[in-house]
Design a protein around this ligand. Structure first.
Ligand SMILES: Cc1cc2nc3c(=O)[nH]c(=O)nc-3n(C[C@H](O)[C@H](O)[C@H](O)COP(=O)(O)O)c2cc1C
Length: 329
């Protein structure tokens, strides 16, 4: 079902990328996404030593025989190790797919990715960035609309316009996302011409996602009105769940405060405290507007299967209205 240029390129069952989610993208969670038929992606930027990175690659390999990818974060001010080293370890461990995101791809990194013969996916938020990535040799490009959880960039284009605009301009497969949380939204993005979808927030609300149940339960209560963009004033616009720390950041920005003042509320340690202890006001978490459409916490495999079946049903019902009301997946 849903064989596309993306499933062919990556050798995956369904045209779905499980979005990189920094600290949450642990080996067991990534493997669960792969075993469900989507592409799981490890986040290299969370590793503070190369051995731990290598161990986690091995842990994914031990838990799935399906392909997976590693994300290389290109954001310049991240406190992280050398991206060339990550690439080297990936090559040694036989990982063949790399996703870049967070900034324009630097030519030296891309040259190395090409030398190593990896399949290169680049994620961005605008047609011009997507075109540039294609020119540089990306094998597929992901575009995420303004609805998405995480970095939104500064272009503010919604998924409904961004995906077809990109599809019209690119020859390589396009993956679309930002608000894909169920079969209807998956069907919509495929109908816009994408070869696949990227899913972040919906998978954050899975049984396997390593955040505290109290946080998942609080997010279940959130509606599409409970996210907003913060950190725009410091060049790092992110869509997050508007809990207390996120609202404090918005207030600091509104009165012209800078990164020093903002940092404690958005720091990785604060988020990790929230993820591990369940103190839902300890830090800030990226979150899509699609959160308002998520009403359960389910295993990854069930989320993916129901998404794919509902997408197929939705598309079939559009051309055969007699099927409406007969119940989808
Ligand atoms: C909690 C969370 C953390 C994220 N962290 C990253 C990240 O580290 N790097 C990245 O490229 N994207 C990150 N994203 C974005 C996702 O990979 C994906 O592009 C996005 O979630 C898709 O939109 P959706 O949330 O509407 O599904 C994150 C998203 C969430 C929800």
């Amino acid at each position: 079902m849903f064989e596309t240029r993306l499933t062919e390129l990556l050798g995956i069952r369904y045209p779905i990328l499980g979005g990189t989610m920094m600290d949450l993208s642990t080996a067991p969670f990534v493997a669960a996404i792969c075993n469900a038929g989507a592409l799981g992606i490890l986040a290299s930027a969370i590793y503070k030593d190369y051995d731990h990175f290598r161990d986690d690659i091995r842990a994914v390999k031990a838990s799935t025989d399906q392909p997976f990818a590693v994300n290389i974060n290109l954001f310049p001010v991240m406190d992280k190790l050398d991206n060339f080293q990550y690439l080297q370890i990936m090559a040694q461990e036989g990982v063949k797919v790399v996703e870049t995101s967070g900034f324009a791809p630097p030519p030296d990194i891309i040259a190395r990715i090409k030398e190593l013969g990896f399949t290169w996916l680049h994620k961005c938020v605008g047609v011009r960035y997507a075109l540039k990535a294609q020119e540089m040799g990306a094998d597929a490009v992901t575009v995420v609309g303004y609805e998405n959880g995480g970095a939104t960039g500064k272009l503010n284009i919604g998924t409904l316009v961004l995906v077809p605009s990109t599809v019209d301009m690119l020859d390589v497969p396009v993956v679309g996302g930002g608000g894909v949380v169920d079969g209807r939204t998956m069907a919509a993005v495929l109908a816009l011409g994408a070869d696949g979808v990227i899913v972040g927030t919906r998978l954050m609300m899975s049984t396997e996602c390593p955040i505290h149940l109290k946080l998942k339960e609080a997010l279940l209560e959130a509606s599409e009105l409970d996210t907003d963009i913060i950190m725009r004033s410091v060049g790092f616009a992110h869509r997050v769940w508007m809990n207390k720390p996120s609202r404090t950041v918005a207030e600091i920005e509104a009165r012209g405060g800078g990164i020093q003042e903002i940092y404690p509320y958005v720091a990785g340690e604060a988020a990790r405290r929230m993820f591990h202890t369940g103190d839902i006001q300890a830090g800030s978490v990226s979150c899509s507007q699609g959160i308002g459409l998520i009403h359960d916490i389910s295993p990854v495999a069930e989320i993916v299967e129901s998404m794919v079946h509902e997408a197929a049903y939705t598309l079939a019902a559009l051309v055969d209205p007699g099927r409406r009301g007969q119940g989808g997946a």
